[in-house]
Write a protein that binds this ligand. Structure first.
Ligand code: PRF
Ligand code: ZN
Length: 378
């Protein structure tokens, strides 16, 4: 244990990369999709379910776990891996994004951010040092620096100020991380987050300063927050090109299946998004032939088609569209669980297929066809 975090490249196809990083809770092949487990579980799914989808790493949220049950409770359990009984790797986001989305109820200073709990309105304070202490109590294999994420449509001045603050907070996050003792002897890799909105000069400046701090991995933050899809792709590609080739790159909070495929093509290695689970709970299903809504009456008597004929998940190998439609319309909890299981399986395996295509160098042609297929209506 300890000092194991490392990243290797196994193949390239254009700018797309296939690699692997090693953690104290197993290897993670990249590109990778990380299901979101905000409050210590992937909504509706057990760790066994999640691992059956092929997922190797789950995301948790510092903000939510700090407010409830409190990071000391998780530390007392022996860390989040033990508390939620997940044997694979974990990543925690720093709360930078959550506290800034609570704009009306947060007050930001150089020291940190004071904010109100969305649960009971109680006042809390996050600083880079405080967030590192919480992330060390939680014990994820990858932890994120505390950053400021403005809307990408904010003024240049606001975005510049956020870049400067993010850089000062990255330095403080790094210092606090190195000062704190190891979490039960496990290594935690601290990633830096590049901000800068849609401005290339700010992205270049932020990336250069963070690269000089020598983080083991880098995230691209501040995207998918109001800019156009083309800007998301262009800025992802540009920012990825500024980062070291021998470190993983994580595009935070992205996105639709077609966005992820394009971002892989732009040189991104890691993704997380609430869409597969949130959409499942809203009856929306991702398939290899496009999206469908399971409530649609077209499925009422369809006893022979699974959600996705090309899918090998438990839901698709056991149940018809007609049955799933009935469960959903009847308000049965099982519907939410079976649709979530399928959507997570779809995302994880789409990205795993992208990896195989990068390794055998057929990624670019495959991506063009697949982007069109998955973005349409099934
Ligand atoms: N910063 C952090 N978490 C995030 C983001 C960010 O910019 C985003 C932006 N899409 C999602 N999650 N810390
Ligand atoms: Zn399926």
């Amino acid at each position: 244990m300890g000092n194991t975090f490392s990243f290797e490249l196994h193949g390239r196809s254009g700018d797309a990369r296939a690699g692997v990083f090693y953690t104290d809770h197993g290897p993670v092949e990249t590109p990778v999709f990380m299901p979101v487990g905000t409050q210590g579980c992937v909504k509706t799914l057990s760790p066994h379910d999640v691992s059956q989808t092929g997922a190797s790493i789950i995301l948790g949220n510092t903000y939510h776990l700090h407010l409830r049950p409190g990071s000391e409770v998780i530390r007392s359990a022996g860390g989040l891996h033990r508390f939620e009984n997940w044997g694979g790797a974990l990543l925690t986001d720093s709360g930078g994004f959550q506290v800034f989305s609570l704009k009306d109820i947060s007050r930001i200073t150089e020291e940190g951010v004071e904010f109100s709990s969305h649960l009971d309105g109680s006042r809390h304070f996050f600083s880079p040092e405080k967030v590192m202490e919480i992330e060390h109590n939680i014990g994820a294999d990858i932890i994120m620096a505390f950053d400021e994420c403005p809307s990408s449509t904010a003024s240049r001045e606001v975005i510049y100020a956020a870049v400067e603050r993010t850089l000062r907070w990255a330095e403080r996050s790094l210092e606090a991380h190195h000062r704190l003792p190891l979490h039960f002897g496990y290594e935690q890799a601290l990633f830096g987050i590049v901000q800068g909105g849609i401005h290339r000069d700010y992205r270049a400046y932020c990336a250069e300063k963070l690269v000089a701090m020598d983080f083991p991995g880098y995230a691209i933050g501040g995207l998918a927050v109001g800019e156009s899809t083309q800007q998301l792709y262009d800025i992802s590609r540009y920012t990825a090109s500024l980062l070291p080739v021998d470190k993983p790159r994580y595009l935070m909070g992205v996105g639709k299946p077609e966005n992820i495929l394009e971002a892989i093509g732009a040189g991104i290695d890691m993704f997380d998004c609430v869409m597969p689970t949130r959409n499942a709970r809203n009856s929306s299903v991702f398939t290899s032939q496009g999206r469908l809504n399971i409530k649609n009456s077209a499925h009422r008597l369809d006893f022979s088609t699974p959600l996705d004929p090309a899918c090998t998940c438990y839901t698709c190998t056991h149940f018809s569209r007609a049955y799933l439609r009935h469960l959903y319309k009847a308000g049965e909890i099982l519907a939410l669980r079976l649709l979530s299981l399928h959507n997570i399986h779809f995302y994880v395996n789409l990205v795993a297929e992208a990896r195989r295509r990068i390794v055998d160098n057929s990624f670019l042609e495959w991506k063009e066809e697949t982007v069109h297929a998955v973005a349409g209506k099934a």
